[in-house]
Design a protein around this ligand. Structure first.
Ligand SMILES: [Zn+2]
Length: 258
């Protein structure tokens, strides 16, 4: 019932097209969508396109790739923007995606860690949970999260680690989010993680327009495809898709206070 990580405005920049995507999602039972930001400059256009669509919850993100180019002015404007947007009513529900990505760039991992730590502090000050992007950086990620207390919890989006990484992520109190990647035949290790993860500690996501589930691979991903992922997680956990959705929804509502 909730797609916990999606980029609606990367699927389309056309408002009527986005409304169609959201209504197709509703027809497949996905009534709620968390729309994820990747850069301060995407906040306004996303509010413009998505702000009045019911049950779409926005986050504000600063992708790890920007660790090499951001300015301190950009950081303070970003923070101020969120403070202003959340002043009278909550418009931004989470800080993210933020994190570490050594797949795209591992030239200076210290720079990425420093940037990520700054954003964790910001989330704590803003009293927001975080959406974490982690690619090829699990050991540093766990080290950073152990060292910097994340006060309002968060989601390890598109979890891609092994069982030991999952255990450590859960010990730190984060939700583990499964994307379409879990449906790919070669990813048995990820399916083992799904079997292991407690019902109160997981959610599912599309990361649309990326990572289409196996059955629709090659098509542009969208929230209406989330049941394909739910189906695989359900099999691992010996429960119905409906129950998978119920757990996911409950876990997200608790994290985001919705
Ligand atoms: Zn994403």
């Amino acid at each position: 019932m909730i797609d916990s990580h999606c980029h609606l405005t990367l699927i389309s920049k056309n408002k009527s097209e986005i409304i169609k995507i959201v209504s197709r999602a509703k027809e497949s039972g996905i009534k709620n969508i968390i729309d994820i930001g990747v850069h301060p400059s995407d906040i306004e256009p996303r509010i413009e396109l998505l702000g009045n669509i019911e049950n779409v919850y926005l986050t504000a993100g600063f992708y790890p790739d920007y660790a090499y180019s951001y300015t301190t002015d950009e950081l303070s404007d970003f923070k101020q923007k969120i403070i202003t947007l959340n002043k009278d009513k909550k418009n931004i529900y989470m800080l993210g995606e933020i994190g570490l990505d050594y797949y795209h760039n591992s030239d200076d991992t210290h720079k990425q860690i420093e940037f990520f730590e700054t954003l964790i502090d910001m989330a704590n000050e803003l009293a927001l949970p975080i959406s974490i992007h982690c690619r090829d950086a699990f050991s540093d990620m766990l080290m950073v999260l152990a060292k910097n207390k994340v006060e309002h919890g968060g989601i390890m989006h598109c979890f891609s680690g092994g069982l030991e990484d999952a255990k450590k992520t859960l010990d730190l109190g984060f939700l583990i989010s499964f994307s379409g990647v879990i449906t790919y035949p070669k990813n048995q290790e990820l399916r083992d993680v799904a079997k292991y993860v407690p019902n109160d500690s997981f959610c599912i996501e599309t990361d649309a327009p990326y990572l289409s589930p196996q059955k629709v691979r090659g098509k542009k991903n969208e929230p209406s495809f989330l049941p394909y992922t739910a189906n695989v997680v359900a099999k691992q956990k010996s429960m119905s898709e409906q129950v998978v959705f119920e757990h996911c929804y409950k876990n997200i509502c608790k994290l985001l206070n919705i």
